[in-house]
Design a protein around this ligand. Structure first.
Ligand code: CTP
Ligand code: ZN
Length: 153
């Protein structure tokens, strides 16, 4: 790649979340709890040309690796993403995301009458669909803006 094409600079140590669906980069930041207040260096590319996807988003977080919970939630909004662990400028690990069949206790149901959102000590439970998630208790389907229903720290 020529110097003229490099849109987001390389990182030294940290995580590159690549091949994120165009338009989802800000949701990736939300899932990771990144709002800039921690002082970590974060680069975001949006609508970057991609051979595989036409356009993609990309998020690079310096000095941070991801937890399994974060990776599970990411798989819902960025199913084609690649997680690259970078150490000393080299990609030392590359993982494709795997969509779980079910997510428990990660999202909250938008139905206020759902048993999982009442005072009962019931964890939310959603079946993962190709294009969204479905509450196992009340069958409410969330397709758009899944990130708005995330309840993990
Ligand atoms: N990257 C980075 N900083 C580094 C090394 C890599 O930001 N020090 C980024 C690259 O810019 C790229 C991603 O991490 O967006 C993956 O790097 P690499 O595996 O080298 O690229 P590709 O082979 O193109 O990856 P893939 O096959 O997954 O598309
Ligand atoms: Zn529900």
């Amino acid at each position: 790649m020529s110097e003229h094409e490099l849109r987001v600079s390389k990182i030294r140590n940290g995580t590159v979340i690549d091949h994120v669906r165009a338009g989802q980069a800000l949701n990736v930041l939300a899932i990771l709890g990144i709002d800039g207040s921690d002082g970590e260096a974060v680069s975001v590319g949006m609508n970057v040309p991609s051979d595989r996807m036409g356009q993609k988003d990309i998020v690079k977080v310096e000095g941070r690796e991801l937890s399994q919970d974060e990776v599970d939630v990411l798989s819902l909004i960025a199913p084609d993403a690649t997680i690259n662990i970078v150490r000393d400028y080299e990609v030392v690990e590359k993982h494709r995301l795997e969509r779980p069949d079910e997510v428990v206790g990660v999202l909250s149901c938008p139905n206020r009458n759902c048993i999982s959102t009442e005072d009962e000590p019931v964890d939310s439970k959603f079946a993962v669909l190709p294009d969204g998630v479905r509450c196992e208790y009340c069958d409410t389907i969330v397709r758009d803006d899944i990130a708005a229903h995330i309840s993990v720290e």
